[in-house]
Design a protein around this ligand. Structure first.
Ligand SMILES: [Fe+2]
Ligand SMILES: [Fe+2]
Length: 269
């Protein structure tokens, strides 16, 4: 099974860049599934429904929402709760008296191939207080019948690379690929562990190349110079873009990871 993975699609430039590059990448890799993260897809913030649908129309099978998933809840709340939804929110929020919208994992099927996509968020340097991802992934995998899917992949949306690697070792042999998202910077560390789990600390973003992880420097410089965090973060509309992703290949018998190929395309819209 072959899966193309694109993460942190950032604003207008990120949408246009991925839509432009996707046909060529589909032809080159002939993936069974395409997954992508859209936490910054709408002007650098969480998705509106129209942008989720735009990604579905160009062939993305499953999307995840990261820590920005609820930014435009009015637009996507109903879709998150739809049984046919393709948009996941992090699975390891605490369930309390207030129901958290949406679901954190999904099995998608094409022909005889079944992919389990799980989305979780980390605890280190992240803004949400979430359930321990190490303990929660054990609980989650224990609740999903192993015979109901072939390959499992985990989008572990987190800041610290040590947390990605700790979790990858924790699930080695149980999940096909643990890939990090959220930092927007692709890491050069792809590795397959002894039990067959592939890992990469961050897949990288799809968006404006000359930017501060997608935003203009002018709109965020006060945060660096004075520490003041007020003011709107503006998406960069510089047409020079980067499309980051990975193509992961899995064995059709063991469902272990066989290879992780990084994709990093740079061009101008
Ligand atoms: Fe992001
Ligand atoms: Fe994020």
């Amino acid at each position: 099974m072959k899966i193309l993975i694109f993460w942190d699609i950032y604003g207008r430039i990120g949408r246009k860049a991925l839509i432009k590059e996707l046909p060529g990448l589909q032809e080159k890799y002939a993936p069974d599934f395409i997954v992508a993260n859209c936490e910054n897809i709408t002007s650098g913030r969480g998705p509106v429904l129209q942008h989720v649908q735009a990604m579905k129309e160009v062939g993305v099978d499953v999307l995840t929402g990261g820590d920005h998933v609820f930014d435009n809840l009015k637009s996507i709340g109903e879709y998150l709760d739809d049984t046919e939804t393709s948009l996941l929110r992090p699975a390891n929020f605490y369930e309390s008296h207030t129901k958290v919208p949406g679901v954190g994992y999904k099995i998608v099927q094409k022909g005889d191939k079944r992919l389990l996509v799980i989305h979780m968020i980390g605890q280190v340097f992240m803004r949400y207080n979430v359930r321990n991802p190490f303990l929660y992934i054990d609980e989650l995998l224990g609740s999903i019948e192993r015979s109901s899917y072939d390959v499992a992949i985990l989008d572990f949306h987190a800041e610290a690379s040590a947390e990605h690697y700790g979790l990858a070792f924790h699930v080695d042999g149980r999940i096909g690929l643990v890939f990090g998202t959220h930092t927007h910077i692709q890491t050069n560390d792809e590795l397959i562990l002894d039990g067959g789990t592939g890992v990469i600390a961050d897949v990288g973003m799809n968006g404006p190349l000359y930017s501060v992880i997608g935003a203009t420097y002018a709109s965020v410089q006060d945060r660096f110079l004075s520490g003041i965090t007020k003011g709107k973060i503006e998406q960069s509309l510089d047409p020079r873009y980067v499309v980051n992703g990975v193509c992961a290949l899995f064995d059709d018998v063991t469902w272990h990871c066989l290879s992780i190929e990084k994709i990093r395309l740079r061009d101008t819209l």
